[in-house]
Design a protein around this ligand. Structure first.
Ligand SMILES: C[S@@+](CC[C@H](N)C(=O)[O-])C[C@H]1O[C@@H](n2cnc3c(N)ncnc32)[C@H](O)[C@@H]1O
Length: 217
């Protein structure tokens, strides 16, 4: 499990526009969220949002019920400072997604780009999916982006999992409906190319038994 110290140090020592995952605009994430057709008041959480510009793009499109969660308080401070007054209505949560207390059935849209893939321990992935089961509304949308099978084996010097769309969907279990998946060739600030997979799944409406929600467990 990557430590908070690791991430605080990254964000304290590197410009947010120089980290390999930087995007001037989170174009594909924004498109996927807009295609859902969610109301502007829909509750959207960006899990492991770090200093991502997704929150800027969502605010620019009038989404107004936004939460950004990250392990690193340093990252959240950078994003808050960048947004200034525009970020005052955003809820900022510093915490580890595998253990933080989140409100129950609170979110219409759960978005994660490049966080789930750090969970190399099955117990951490199980804890993450339990958070999804608890915090996302029944029938809510779950958008998760990870490195693709031909993506890098490390990110920020840490080992990562790589997923094909079916394997990523399978982590959530067959009760989650895979609505669509997309590929992204992300160009890093240093000019490298990293292949990502984005999966958009629907959380089931009904309460599930453990066996239904966790295909592998
Ligand atoms: C590769 S960065 C991606 C940031 C952002 N999603 C983006 O696309 O720009 C991974 C982020 O996940 C955060 N993170 C790592 N492990 C986490 C955890 N267990 N809980 C919450 N955030 C975590 C890090 O602090 C970092 O901001």
């Amino acid at each position: 499990m990557p430590s908070k110290n690791h991430w605080d140090k990254v964000y304290a020592t590197k410009s947010s526009t120089a980290v390999s995952w930087y995007q001037p605009h989170a174009t594909l994430s924004l498109d996927l969220i807009r295609r859902i057709g969610a109301a502007r008041a829909a509750a959207i959480i960006d899990v492991g949002g770090g200093t991502s510009t997704l929150v800027d793009d969502l605010l620019a499109h009038d989404y107004r019920n936004l939460t950004v969660l990250d392990l690193s308080g340093e990252a959240l401070a950078v994003a808050r400072q960048r947004l200034g007054h525009a970020g005052e209505g955003v809820r900022w949560i510093e915490g580890d997604i595998t253990s933080v207390a989140l409100p129950e059935q609170a979110y219409d849209v759960w978005h994660d780009r490049a966080v789930f893939h750090f969970l190399t321990d099955p117990a951490d992935r199980r804890a993450y999916i339990e958070q999804v089961m608890r915090a996302v509304k029944p029938g809510g949308h779950v958008i998760v982006a990870t490195f693709a099978p031909d993506g890098p084996t490390e990110c920020s010097g840490l080992p990562v999992m790589r997923y094909a769309p079916d394997a990523l969907h399978a982590e959530f279990g067959p009760a989650f409906e895979l609505i669509e998946h997309s590929d992204e060739a992300h160009v890093t600030p240093a000019g490298g190319v990293q292949h990502f997979v984005y999966c958009h799944c629907l959380k089931p409406h009904l309460a599930l038994s453990d066996g239904d929600s966790h295909a592998h467990w």
